[in-house]
Design a protein around this ligand. Structure first.
Ligand code: CA
Length: 249
């Protein structure tokens, strides 16, 4: 069961979604505009955000982008037009999934279940990813019970690449990669979230804990070295102009 934030200005729709989510045992927070959605994300650290594109004032696109500056939790966007899908899932916005309006509650609930299942797999590898970044590595109650007992659980495999967060070992075609701890952390984050773009600011805060003014080069330098160590696979770490980096599979 998860804490889920629903952002939609149409009250009836917002309540309907809430009703169905609560029926599945989730805790639901509601926001009817962008600024309160951003405030609730900070206060409640929901594990999932369902976000309507069309909001008064601050639109869903902007809200999504703002959330992504600091948070990794999955975001499902509700869009009215299928032409918006590329933008929603692309680097411009950074949502994880979308549902086109009008949609059935059954469809939305299926997406929610699929995303939450995926996140719980990610968390086995990475630790809780719903909360603010400074709490990402904090121990959470219940983490011990959900931690995999199988030593191979949580290992991320992307083609020839294998990243084991428990042993801090990364191998490519079975050969161990000689990575610094920061390079390993970068690779683990990328491999756990293929297709997602990370800004330099995000990477700095998340992996280095810096205030990011003036430190952009730090990330670039590490990426360059990591790419080199990955050989041909290094090309899968793609520079996203004006944004940062993304790992493709
Ligand atoms: Ca709306």
């Amino acid at each position: 069961m998860a804490a889920i934030l629903v952002v939609e200005d149409e009250t009836d729709m917002c309540n309907l979604i809430r009703h169905h989510l609560e029926g599945e045992g989730h805790t639901v927070f509601q926001a009817f505009d962008g600024p309160s959605a951003l405030a609730l994300v900070e206060q409640q650290s929901p594990q999932l955000v369902i976000l309507d594109w069309m909001l008064p004032g601050l639109d869903g696109l902007t809200v999504c982008r703002r959330i992504r500056e600091r948070h990794l939790m999955p975001i499902i966007m509700l869009t009215a037009r299928s032409e918006e899908i590329d933008r929603v899932l692309g680097l411009e916005v950074g949502a994880d999934d979308y549902v086109v309006k009008p949609f059935s509650m059954r469809e939305l609930m299926a997406r929610v279940r699929a995303i939450l299942r995926r996140v719980s797999l990610d968390e086995q590898a990475l630790g809780p990813i719903g909360g603010p970044l400074d709490a990402t590595n904090a121990t959470t109650p219940g983490a011990a019970e959900t931690a995999p007992t199988d030593a191979t659980a949580g290992v991320i495999v992307r083609g020839a690449l294998r990243v084991d967060p428990t042993t801090h070992l990364a191998t490519l075609d079975g050969a161990e990669l000689d990575l610094t701890p920061k390079e390993f952390d970068l690779l683990l984050l990328f491999a756990s979230h293929p297709g997602r773009a990370f800004s330099r600011e995000f990477l700095l805060e998340h992996l280095w804990g810096y205030d990011y003014d003036g430190f952009d080069r730090t990330v670039d330098t590490h990426i360059t070295r990591l790419r080199k160590k990955l050989g041909p696979l290094g090309e899968n770490i793609v520079t996203v102009w004006g944004v940062g980096y993304r790992f493709t599979v």
